[in-house]
Design a protein around this ligand. Structure first.
Ligand SMILES: Cc1cc2nc3c(=O)[nH]c(=O)nc-3n(C[C@H](O)[C@H](O)[C@H](O)COP(=O)(O)OP(=O)(O)OC[C@H]3O[C@@H](n4cnc5c(N)ncnc54)[C@H](O)[C@@H]3O)c2cc1C
Ligand SMILES: NC(=O)c1ccc[n+]([C@@H]2O[C@H](COP(=O)([O-])OP(=O)(O)OC[C@H]3O[C@@H](n4cnc5c(N)ncnc54)[C@H](OP(=O)(O)O)[C@@H]3O)[C@@H](O)[C@H]2O)c1
Ligand SMILES: *[C@@H]1O[C@H](CO)[C@@H](O)[C@H](O)[C@H]1NC(C)=O
Ligand SMILES: *[C@@H]1O[C@H](CO)[C@@H](O)[C@H](O)[C@H]1NC(C)=O
Ligand SMILES: *[C@@H]1O[C@H](CO)[C@@H](O)[C@H](O)[C@H]1NC(C)=O
Ligand SMILES: *[C@@H]1O[C@H](CO)[C@@H](O)[C@H](O)[C@H]1NC(C)=O
Ligand SMILES: *[C@@H]1O[C@H](CO)[C@@H](O)[C@H](O)[C@H]1NC(C)=O
Length: 511
């Protein structure tokens, strides 16, 4: 028997990732199921995920915080509509404190693998202490992958970076000890991160040279502050903040129509394109118009970029330059472009986004089948209702494949999936069943449905994008339906797609 084997530390639930997804999961385990026996692991040193990692100047949200916050932990005193990173991180830490989640957290720990143990109906979870490099194993009944998509910086692979004498900083790996005062700064990339960082550093730096590759759909933003009066009203008028949340939610939801491949969608996209174009013509120097005006269809490539911080206007500054000429090499003190130009640099900021490696961890489910094999047989990276795979009992994703909504608060999706997971795992944690998994037939039906739905959107058509898997051609990032449908499928729909396995071994042992 297995008596001589060293006992592996056990928790009912293990959560990987301490961003909003892991945080919401931990809170709801406590609030809804009264479960205290869970452990949260993260590579980072604390809770926060994206908001712990992204400390670049200007970093903030582009969804009003009244909606970009947890429904069960409303915050009445956000200072403005689109608060900055420190305010969001502060909010996250206050939720951690209110729910007493600190003692469940272990940082500097990387999840490196997991395997399903059929005999005990548990997961063995392989982890690595990033301080010591030591690997260790933990056991749990329920495994939650809340690893996010945007956490591994995509460090530029531009040749010569190692020769550079100054600092190379990725926006998601900001080094606050590096001063930009009077420095010549090169910024590579022009996503939402670069768009926020440039206006925030433009006054400090001696010179900023930004290298743009593909124009974004820049849209006018705003930076409305929330007065003390409103903050008090949110605090003391019952239901006001909820009402504001609902209004913002409904307003943002109208945008789903614009991703449709029909007349309505096309009209809305045309409209948005015109707004973006007008914004640039009115605010940017004429020489940059051809570089900035988007030629791709809205939404087919990436999220709209809301210019809440005055990026477009900032391009009028004498010390800010926009260049469309790919950087091909980095030397000791400059970057060299394809056309042979040399631009001296003291600091290089990479606003080059993230490498999407969050589904690479090796996981072995029933009958020794790996997650990679399972996805290969399904024809791509997919999950039933974004949360589960058949043959992988008791394992769930928060923000799994096809959970991405570009038009509204990600927290809404996170809370929806957490609620569904809570409903599905309740019998396990209440010891009424030993395992739960989605039916293979349901997984296949869902997979067909989502493919058909995606075909009706612009995401799958018109132009290539990072959310189309290059190997299989499937779109594994985007959720094609409305938030109302998400609500129905997670909160209201029955649980017929799930198979519960009732623990029989105990009962048998008794006899
Ligand atoms: C700068 C920035 C601004 C954003 N602004 C908005 C916004 O305004 N509105 C909006 O809706 N969305 C926004 N997003 C998207 C944002 O990612 C989500 O809103 C949300 O924060 C995702 O939370 P998460 O917990 O799922 O993922 P994350 O916050 O990315 O957390 C995942 C955590 O898992 C950890 N992790 C991953 N893999 C492992 C592993 N193998 N081992 C151990 N730990 C691991 C990571 O270290 C990370 O801490 C923004 C993203 C960024 C980067
Ligand atoms: N709330 C917010 O306002 C906010 C703030 C930051 C981030 N976010 C979200 O976080 C996600 C990531 O945003 P991000 O801006 O960090 O990354 P991103 O959207 O992936 O943008 C990366 C940018 O870098 C460019 N790039 C990559 N390699 C390059 C190279 N070698 N040369 C030139 N350009 C290069 C890309 O150009 P190509 O387009 O040509 O590939 C793109 O413009 C997005 O979903 C975004 O919405 C939101
Ligand atoms: C989680 O934290 C609570 C205290 O808030 C503690 O009682 C519990 O033992 C912790 N669980 C784990 C697995 O650390
Ligand atoms: C990017 O660089 C950071 C810091 O050096 C590192 O932690 C991370 O693993 C790198 N990302 C990739 C995809 O190599
Ligand atoms: C990562 O960076 C490289 C080099 O800068 C770039 O070519 C590539 O498009 C980026 N990958 C993603 C997934 O953004
Ligand atoms: C486009 O699709 C949406 C959503 O299905 C629908 O509400 C709308 O009426 C359609 N528009 C046209 C012109 O068919
Ligand atoms: C933000 O709003 C204030 C007024 O409320 C304004 O003075 C400031 O210029 C705005 N900042 C940006 C970056 O738009």
């Amino acid at each position: 028997m297995a008596f001589s084997e060293p006992k592996i530390p056990f928790n009912e639930v293990i959560i990987i990732g301490a961003g909003f997804s892991g945080l919401a999961m931990a809170c709801q385990l406590k609030r809804k199921l009264g479960c205290d026996d869970f452990a949260v692991f993260d590579r980072a040193s604390g809770y926060g995920g994206a908001w712990h990692a992204n400390k670049y100047p200007g970093c903030g949200v582009d969804i009003p915080a009244a909606l970009y916050s947890l429904s069960f932990a409303p915050k009445t005193d956000f200072s403005c509509f689109f608060p900055k990173q420190h305010e969001i991180l502060h909010y996250i830490n206050s939720v951690v404190e209110d729910h007493q989640l600190m003692s469940n957290f272990t940082g500097h720990t990387e999840w490196v693998g997991a395997s399903w143990q059929e005999s005990s109906k548990t997961w063995h979870v392989n982890l690595k202490d990033l301080h010591t490099g030591q690997e260790f194993t933990r056991e749990c009944r329920i495994l939650i992958s809340a690893v996010g998509a945007l956490s591994m910086p995509n460090n530029s692979s531009i040749p010569g970076a190692e020769r550079f004498k100054g600092d190379v900083i990725h926006t998601a790996n900001w080094d606050r000890s590096v001063s930009l005062r009077d420095k010549r700064v090169v910024v590579i990339g022009n996503g939402a991160s670069a768009t926020q960082v440039i206006p925030a550093i433009a006054k400090d730096a001696r010179e900023i040279t930004q290298f743009i590759r593909t124009p974004q759909l820049y849209l006018p933003g705003q930076n409305t502050t929330i007065s003390n009066l409103w903050q008090s009203a949110y605090k003391y008028v019952p239901g006001l903040l909820v009402l504001v949340r609902i209004v913002i939610f409904l307003y943002l939801e109208t945008a789903t129509l614009q991703f449709r491949r029909n007349r309505t969608g096309a009209n809305m996209r045309d409209q948005q394109f015109l707004v973006s174009r007008r914004y640039i013509l009115d605010n940017a120097p004429e020489k940059y118009w051809p570089l900035l005006i988007s030629t791709t269809e809205a939404g087919c490539k990436k999220r709209r970029v809301f210019d809440n911080d005055g990026y477009i206007h900032c391009l009028n500054r004498d010390n800010v330059h926009l260049i469309k000429d790919p950087v091909v090499e980095i030397t000791e003190s400059s970057v060299v472009t394809q056309s042979g130009q040399t631009y001296p640099a003291d600091v290089i900021i990479l606003g080059t986004g993230f490498s999407l490696a969050h589904f690479d961890t090796s996981i072995t489910g029933c009958q020794g089948i790996t997650r990679a094999e399972h996805w290969q047989s399904l024809g791509g990276i997919k999950a039933f209702n974004t949360i589960a795979l058949s043959g992988f009992p008791n394992m769930f994703y928060v923000l799994g494949p096809n959970s991405g909504t570009g038009h509204t608060s990600t927290i809404y999706a996170i809370e929806s999936y957490v609620d569904l997971i809570i409903r599905v795992i309740e019998p396990i944690l209440k010891k009424k069943a030993s395992s739960v998994q989605v039916k293979a037939s349901s997984e296949q039906v869902y997979s067909k449905k989502i493919e058909q739905a995606l075909q009706k959107t612009v995401y799958n058509n018109a132009c290539p994008s990072w959310f189309i898997d290059k190997k299989t051609g499937t779109n594994w990032a985007i959720y094609p339906w409305s938030s109302f449908w998400m609500w129905y499928t997670t909160r209201a729909a029955g649980l017929d797609d799930w198979i519960l396995e009732v623990r029989v071994s105990r009962v048998l042992n008794k006899n």
